[in-house]
Design a protein around this ligand. Structure first.
Ligand SMILES: Cc1ncc(COP(=O)(O)O)c(C=O)c1O
Length: 374
């Protein structure tokens, strides 16, 4: 794209309306955010010069982590250069060979890769299937060495399906089997729960989640990842997470801007206004899709249209692009075989007219849309 991230973008001089970004609150190029980042670069410079544990920790990094811990309701937090690095680093730090990692099958690649790379024994369970999770917990308990731990891993809102994990029941189960729970809130942080604190807060299970993972690259509109947890867990991760220790600290101006945005969207009035707009937009588009009603309570800003074959998804994406809409096809291995899709996402920055014109374009797909959600 030749333009900043946003709803109205241009690729090769061709204007397109974007319905595929994770910039859910429209903050990636928001004037307030841009202004803040320019001022922060002037104050702190462009780069950080070293890894965090050498001399790369500048005041904005610490301030960001204090802010994250307050928002997440945990004793401490640690920031990383990306959500991917946060997942890889955290899983590599808390899991050891002999430990058990039980992962929801539809979890993001970084959760699966992080669990595998840790050397722990990894077992998946069917998506959101509590009965199978319990079977796996029983299985793990029977094999776990005396000093080992079992970690249950899930997303809060699933990135490709937009549905929610049953966090209350998962927290109960993990407690009952004396295991730990990690929730990746990449697609719920800033959006769900009181002041957008995330799905764990929405479900009232902040304390039932041991490791709160998230990213600053989606609703927050920037880049960077975090893990929020007990002081002891964060100290362990600081000392063991290789993606934290052996990587140059993110630009301090980025951390300073993230703190600004977090305060705006969690404490200031802007967050509430943008979330209201986003949910209104989700209702408008959702109401026009098969199997949904405009009165449905939105679960997320992600509306998948599952089309089946890769060809069907590519064809639909091509038709939409011709009509002026950017919605790339999502195909295996990102989603299971036979479930290629258009992953429609909404932003607070979409206007009602833009959504209406997108709905008209979707209707031209006819039978493809008719097959969705079967
Ligand atoms: C569920 C989930 N976790 C982690 C990530 C990685 O975050 P980041 O893009 O900040 O590296 C993503 C998205 O890319 C995601 O969807």
């Amino acid at each position: 794209m030749d333009t900043p991230q946003g709803v109205a973008v241009t690729t090769g001089n061709r204007p397109l309306l974007n319905f595929s970004s994770n910039d859910y609150l429209g903050l990636a190029a928001h004037p307030l955010v841009v202004e803040t980042m320019i001022a922060a670069v002037e104050k702190y410079g462009a780069g950080s010069g070293a890894s965090r544990l050498v001399c790369g920790t500048l005041a904005p990094h610490s301030e960001l982590e204090e802010t994250l811990a307050i928002i997440k309701g945990t004793e401490a937090a640690l920031s990383f250069s990306s959500g991917h690095a946060a997942a890889m680093g955290t899983l590599g730090a808390v899991l050891r060979p002999g430990d058990m990692a039980l992962v929801d099958r539809l979890s993001h690649a970084c959760l699966i890769d992080g669990a595998r790379a840790s050397g722990a024994t990894v077992r998946s369970f069917r998506h959101n299937d509590l009965a199978q999770l319990e079977e796996r917990l029983v299985w793990a308990a029977a094999r776990l060495p005396a000093t080992g731990r079992t970690l249950v891993i899930t997303e809060g809102i699933f990135s490709m399906d937009g549905d929610r994990a049953p966090l209350q029941a998962m927290a109960d189960l993990t407690r009952r089997y004396r295991s730990l729970l990690l929730v990746d809130e990449a697609h719920s942080f800033g959006l769900c729960g009181p002041q957008g604190r995330g799905l764990a807060a929405a479900c009232g299970v902040t304390d039932g989640v041991d490791l709160h993972l998230g990213t600053l690259s989606k609703a927050v509109g920037l880049a960077g990842g975090y893990v929020a947890a007990s002081r002891a867990a964060i100290d362990l991760i600081i000392n063991r997470a290789r993606s934290f220790i052996y990587s140059t600290a993110p630009p301090p101006a980025l951390a300073a801007t993230a703190t600004f945005v977090l305060r705006e969207i969690f404490e200031g009035p802007l967050g509430g206004v943008l979330r209201d707009r986003l949910w209104t937009n989700v209702r408008q588009l959702g109401g026009a899709l098969p199997g949904r009603e405009a009165s449905d309570e939105p679960t997320s800003a992600i509306l998948p249209l599952i089309l089946g074959s890769e060809e069907a998804a590519l064809h639909a994406a091509g038709v939409l692009q011709e009509a002026g809409f950017l919605v790339p096809a999502i195909r295996p291995p990102t989603v299971p075989r036979g479930q290629s899709r258009l992953r429609l996402t909404l932003s607070a920055a979409h206007t009602s007219n833009q959504i209406d014109s997108f709905i008209s374009a979707l209707q031209t797909l006819g039978p493809a849309i008719g097959r969705a959600h079967t």
